[in-house]
Design a binder for this molecule. Structure first.
Ligand code: CP
Ligand code: NVA
Length: 309
């Protein structure tokens, strides 16, 4: 049986994403009842190789792997020989001898792809400069959980058209969700992302932060300075200032819109306390769902993709 990876959200079909959602709903229900442990990963050691900091992704993956009966092994990249020039190919071939899965957070998408080519077991992208599929699966699951469907939902992303924005758009294309992006011209949506859409009519782009507010069921923002962008901090803080999600910006939003943020938030920059702590904010539900959805991703990669139950 050919192994499956999650390198990019496009590795999954619409039908597979909904199977993952149903399984995540089941895992969430089980955990609330206190029955969180299963043996889907029994006896398997899964490496977590992180080249960037993480709170949610790392901890939720470690808990998910343990609750599925496996053993997570955290691999801080500066302690590995890849930090001294050992190639990804050689590292992957060595990991084949010990590990049965790899969760990777790094800079280049191509590094995750290279690991997936040379590593014989599932590889999961835990964020690159280009994409963040685990986050976005949890985000769409959260909207689906609240709204009970994704048809007719309109999502507006405001700010830096970064990795989170790229994957929100890619997933919208797969799921048939309408998505708007308000971003300054210098940091707008990557042409590559637009060109790869099967249904580009789902996407509207503007550099006006107010352009889509009144039609938004969801207003989503993320940091203006992603990990790796620190050298541009001064310039970015200046350019993005009009894109702050604050009370004034959301004045004409529908009353029951959902505010989303992948976290960590930079309060006072891309969002104000009033909005992120306000009644429309679902950021904690998003963060909680990382755990349930990642369990479902692991289930899918290790048994679900060949077994519909
Ligand atoms: N949202 C997210 O990926 O958070 P961490 O960087 O804390 O993992
Ligand atoms: N866009 C952010 C997401 C952090 C979870 C970053 O890449 O730093």
């Amino acid at each position: 049986m050919k192994k499956r990876d999650l390198i990019d959200i496009k590795d999954f079909t619409r039908e597979e994403i909904y199977r993952i959602f149903e399984k995540a709903k089941f895992f969430k229900f089980q955990r609330k009842k206190g029955c969180e442990v299963s043996d889907i990963l029994k006896g398997k050691c899964i490496g977590l190789l992180f080249r960037k900091p993480s709170s949610r992704t790392r901890v939720s993956f470690e808990v998910a792997i343990i609750e599925l009966g496996g053993n997570p092994i955290f691999l801080e990249s500066s302690h590995l020989q890849i930090s001294r020039g050992e190639t990804i190919q050689d590292t992957a071939k060595i990991f084949n001898l010990y590990l049965r899965g790899l969760v990777i957070r790094t800079f280049q998408q191509s590094e995750v792809e290279t690991f997936a080519r040379y590593f014989d077991y599932p590889v999961i992208n835990a964020l690159t400069d280009f994409s963040h599929p685990c986050q976005i699966l949890a985000d769409y699951f959260t909207v689906w959980e609240i709204k009970k469907h994704l048809e007719d939902v309109v999502i507006t992303y405001i700010g830096d058209a970064n990795n989170v924005c790229n994957t929100l758009i890619d997933a919208a294309d797969i799921l048939g969700v309408r998505i708007n992006v308000s971003a300054p011209k210098q940091y707008t949506v990557d042409e590559k992302v637009i060109r790869s859409m099967k249904n580009p009519n789902l996407l509207k782009i503007s550099d006006d932060p107010y352009a889509f507010i009144s039609e938004s069921d969801v207003i989503y923002t993320d940091t203006w300075i992603s990990m790796g962008d620190e050298a541009e901090k001064k310039q970015r803080l200046e350019i993005f200032r009009p894109y702050q999600v604050n009370q004034h910006l959301i004045k004409n939003a529908p009353e029951n819109f959902l505010f989303m943020h992948c976290l960590p938030a930079h309060r006072g920059q891309e969002v104000t306390d009033e909005v992120i702590d306000g009644k429309n904010s679902i950021v904690l539900q998003q963060a909680e769902n990382r755990l349930h959805v990642q369990k479902a991703i692991l289930w899918f990669l290790y048994s679900g993709s060949s077994n519909a139950s």
